[in-house]
Design a protein around this ligand. Structure first.
Ligand code: FPP
Length: 300
């Protein structure tokens, strides 16, 4: 297995689940069979995330562009999503998982919308982890919608144009209140964002694996986390600047969290990794990363 340092976990992992169709085609099966097996990978990644202590997991389940697929495949995916919500709700409650959704949910068939609404309602008080399903989601559409909402506020006189900042835009996105992803995983080897979280991924580390989504399970997910822990996150600064601050800041955060911070553990060995680099972030929400990461959750 891979050595995962519980104090250096990404707070938010986003996943582009790709390769279901190819997985099925390689086996002479209908594409929908790839999506069905992909549903089991969703469960594996959700439950592994919960177990290791990831706080937020975003899954790109259906894009605005996916509406252009053959109707049979779209219908099959909608049915799968509805069934997933119906069958997983009990497990989500058991594992203290809160569900959220982003995207143009109005375009979804009423039964899927209702299943989503009821799963979101039933899990809204769970505090163990948040799963964000991106359904009928497109990054450009989300930013365009935010621009319209901001323009309306300006027109009403609620907001002066000079006061519009990056944080104003972020507050008008579907992900308002959710920290930006620290790690993006894309399966099936494609090197593109496919209109996913265009705003939110500005400083995200990107991990692309050749594994097709139906084959992406606990082991592959832990491998992605191990990759993340090797990265040095600089947020626009130089390596020298980051290295100068990382270790003292990491010690201070650990001490504040009552974990000693004597630099003897794996955190300092992985010195410039994600959590340790968090104090350098221009985003103040990231600064609490080392504190937020639970200890020893892999052992459970
Ligand atoms: C991309 O693979 C995958 C999708 C468009 C849908 C993702 C859906 C699932 C993983 C299953 C159900 C999800 C949930 C949340 C229950 P692709 O079809 O584009 O694969 P290809 O590139 O090989 O054709």
């Amino acid at each position: 297995m891979f050595e995962i340092d519980p104090s250096g976990l990404p707070r938010h992992v986003a996943v582009i689940m790709d390769g279901n169709g190819r997985w099925a085609q390689q086996r002479g099966l209908p594409r929908l069979q790839g999506h069905r097996v992909g549903k089991d990978s969703v469960r594996a990644v959700v439950e592994t995330s919960r177990r290791v202590g990831i706080r937020y997991l975003s899954l790109y389940a259906f894009s605005t562009e996916n509406w252009r697929r053959p109707p049979r495949e779209v219908d099959g995916l909608m049915t799968l999503l509805r069934r997933y919500l119906a069958t997983e709700i009990g497990r989500m409650i058991k594992h203290q998982i809160r569900l959220l959704a982003v995207g143009s949910l109005r375009r979804l068939p009423p039964a899927v919308r209702e299943a989503l609404r009821s799963a979101i309602e039933a899990t809204k008080r769970n505090t163990g982890m948040t799963v964000i399903l991106a359904v009928s989601y497109g990054g450009r559409e989300e930013i365009t919608r935010a621009a319209r909402a901001i323009a309306r506020r300006v027109r009403r006189g609620d907001l002066a144009p000079d006061r519009i900042t990056a944080s104003t835009v972020a507050k008008h996105l579907g992900t308002n209140g959710i920290p930006d992803p620290d790690l993006l995983i894309r399966t099936s080897g494609e090197m593109r964002l496919s209109n996913f979280f265009l705003w939110q991924l500005a400083y995200t580390e990107i991990y692309v694996t050749d594994a097709l989504w139906p084959d992406f399970r606990e082991r592959e997910f832990l491998q992605a986390l191990a990759f993340f822990q090797q990265r040095q996150r600089r947020f626009g600064q130089t390596s020298a600047q980051v290295e100068r601050h990382v270790i003292p800041d990491a010690r201070r955060l650990l001490a504040a969290a009552g974990r000693g911070g004597n630099g003897s553990g794996t955190l300092v060995a992985g010195g410039a990794n994600a959590s340790a680099a968090a104090p350098q972030s221009p985003d103040p929400r990231r600064r609490s990363l080392a504190r937020a990461a639970p200890l020893g959750s892999l052992a459970r």
